[in-house]
Write a protein that binds this ligand. Sequence first.
Ligand SMILES: Cc1ncc(COP(=O)(O)O)c(C=O)c1O
Length: 1009
Amino acid sequence: MEATNSKMDDIKTDPQINLNYEPSEFPRELARHYISASEDDIAEMLNFIGINRLEDLFNHIPKFLQFDGGMNLPNELEYNAAASKLAKIADRSNLKVSFIGDSVPHWSTHPIVDYISKLRPLSTSYTPYQPERSQGTLVTHWIYQCVLSTLTGFEAINTSLYDRSAAIYEAITCAYRTNPRGGKILLAKSLFESDLKVIQTLSEETELEFLFVPYDSQTGLLQYDWLKSLSEEELNEISAFAFPQVNSLGLLEDVDFLSDFARSNGIRSIACIDPMLLGTGGLKPPTDFGMEGADFMVGEAQHLAIPPNFGGPGLGIFGCRHNENNKKDLRSTPGRYIGKAKDINGRDCFVMVLSTREQHIRKEKATSNVCSNQAFLATLAGASLLAKGENGLAESVQKAKSMRGKVLDALDNLKGVTLAYPESCGFNELLLKLDSPVNELQEKASAQNLQLGIDASNRISSKKNHHLLKLSFSDIHDEDSVEKLISFFHEQFTKNNSIKGEQRSKKEIGPDYLREKAAGIPSFSYDELTLYYEKLADLNVSPDDGCYPLGSCTMKYNPMLNDWAASLPGFAQAHPQALEGDIQGPLEILFEIQEWFTKITGLPGVTTQPVAGAQGELVGLKLFQAYHRSRNDLNRDVIFIPQSAHGTNFATAAMAGFTGTDGIVYLQASPNGTIDMEDFNQKILKYGHRLCGVMITNPNTSGIFEDQFHSIAKIVHQAGGLVYMDGANMNAIAGVIDLGKLGVDAVHNNLHKTWTIPHGGGGPGDAIVAVSEKLKDFLPGHQVYKNSDGSFYSRCPSKSIGSFHRNWGNFGHKVRAYSYLLRLGNEGIPRMSTVAVLSARYLHAKLKNYFPTLPSEAESAPRMHEFILTLSEKDFFNLQKVGIPKSKAIPQVGKLFLDFGFHAPTVAFPEIFGLMIEPTESYTKAELDRFVDAVIAIKQLIEECPEAVKTAPHFTPIDRVDEVDANRNLVLQEKLEHLPSLHLNRIKPSVLNDLEISEIKKRIIDCTS
Ligand SMILES: Cc1ncc(COP(=O)(O)O)c(C=O)c1O
């Protein structure tokens, strides 16, 4: 493809900026607004659909719902200007020698991470729903599962949950499902406070009730006697117990006692671990806790893959047992698993398994609402562990431990600083008791370019004169940094020769706490791994290479500039717990995002905390509940959701507690696909007084604007309810429709769709939630404000519902989104959505002559960003004749798209006989025309050679995968002796892209005969 844009930016980039890629090598990178179509392309497409001007695409939507005179956002910046602005903001962070660690540990990042991050078919592809075209992603996740399993001992590792907090909560709900008892949960106070806050927020309005196990002020550990004092009656009510291996003071809990205590009392144990510390020479794995090990294992693994990134994207790890003694738990767990499989010709391969527990199938009965997860972080973590290998990991662990020891020795005879809780052990963290407030010392250290750990005083006691400083050590620390720290202490505290080191006790860690045998992590060289992951990338396709038509997923171009910006040290290395003065860069990004999204949505409040669309939905519903509670309106226990909604909407509602009689009420669609007003009005009559709110996707999942949305919102408000808009399809209306005027109270924007965050093979996603005035004060997390001197600070809203992430959400993605916004500006945002709609309308107009479209009576409804094709009865019949039943026809037709070098459209959602196509604004007319030719060729194959549908796909590395067998005979991990062997493409997508469509069709027929 050539960049044919009429207004191109200056191709030369500013040498000062030091981009780590060459923009002109990426043809879409320099196109204005990242829209590849030329003005001529746009004119021709408009002409074809019989419309004069781009803005006329929205003529069917009342003008009073549209922005009048733009959003009042800044103008777009040219490429260089955007890059330098981002670099300047990043420079506002002060990066110092840091001993913060704590809830976001900071370890060295292996160079393999940078290498794999640039492999676009891995970083930009979608969730591997089409295994034949996604073996690259599937193998990277398989590696993650295998290595994490080796490290932790757990047989089933999912890939992945949002972060540690979410993983603990999901483990709690899973343990509760498998062991309901009285629904009481023991929660260790020694978990991180930020995690506890998320857990409490998520549990609001659910059946869960927490009992907090307190700290023991003598030991700095949990009060084990408190546990022992629980009566049998109390114990019988308890479903689960979540506790850390290393507590928030950096001390090692007696995990043997805690696991055995849980098991002997019929309580499911959830061990929170740090995977980094489990390397050889480190702490013992959770399968070795007590007599039989913990039941569930959770933790944070962001630091296996990337630096702090101001707290995210995180990587929540979650494991359960899956062996001869326990096969039950797995089906109650949340999240995604990859299993070993065979294709129909017996080739070894991989596929996602256990999806019958997930939201897209089970809706409100799903095990969790997670859809986009943290997949790419799992890819990176798996590769990093292989690159570090057994020895590398052991060295890192030893280094952290020895640095701690060195500092402890050096502080031994200082007056005013002592080891806190000397009878308890630490591993790589050091808890010091000071004779003066910690913040005073931190300020002094900061002036000397040191980030001096964290103030842990309030974690265990609220007493005055109780000053605890926690320092974290890792393999980022070298002799120089530790010497700097030691010198600082020696400057600040005087020597006291009367104190003998030995008297202060440095208790050795007993063997019961440590790993007994080597971890056995396989090791591979950097060169081996780069070659291997390149091969994996070749097995996927990327939106870089052409239309990626997955409906509802908005697979648009992901600018390189965004990734570069997110990797700037001022963002990537910033720690979310650093002093406010050191993190002005990240705070500025968050402030700007808040500002831009209030204008983009037309709503006055914004939270940047949620990490995925599904989590945004949950934020919305919890806000609704809090709003009603605050008005003492306590019987609003019903939520309306259209039947055709995405599975996450139902799963989210269930997670928010809408589970009672009629908790979730399904709204019916009329034959034209929009909400059936008669049905809606009847339901309002019946449930209006109990209505908490309504959740509506707009444009809906059929690609049609809900023309009654505004009236529905009015009626819902009159009934006392609130309106949530699922904004997964904002790419159709951003910058055009004012959601405030539409009557929306809360909406999520999936950053990984409309706002160009790469999909990463399934995540990390991200979501920004905007809200109406009514909900502003209830927003979760912190809001960022600007002082008159231009500096930034953050505060919690007055009636905040709590927190959904241990820190600021997937911060790295906020940088990416901001980078995109700078390039779009006021004019580019509506141009983006308008061209996306134009592209879809153009394809729809071309293809509707060949295929019936759905919904059945929506023929004349103007399509927005996507549309649904189906087959004629004759086509279905043709396929039946060759043995493809109607129920399997659509997924099978989807496989033919892979043969033409494309990804498949979304199959069988929201209509079971539908192929949902969303082209986005990223492609030229020539590219769209090629896609049209391929779809017409598919139609011809169905008619002329239906056997080709049966045997598809033909050119992918493997034939159709036998998913049923993979689910029946689950294999979720193995000990990796070598890198999994691969089948290579029979014809590479890049070669397919260069062939005429007619030639590909001929080759398919040749394969079939
Ligand atoms: C309409 C709709 N709603 C919600 C979601 C869930 O978003 P996420 O995957 O970011 O959790 C999706 C994801 O595909 C979607 O298409």
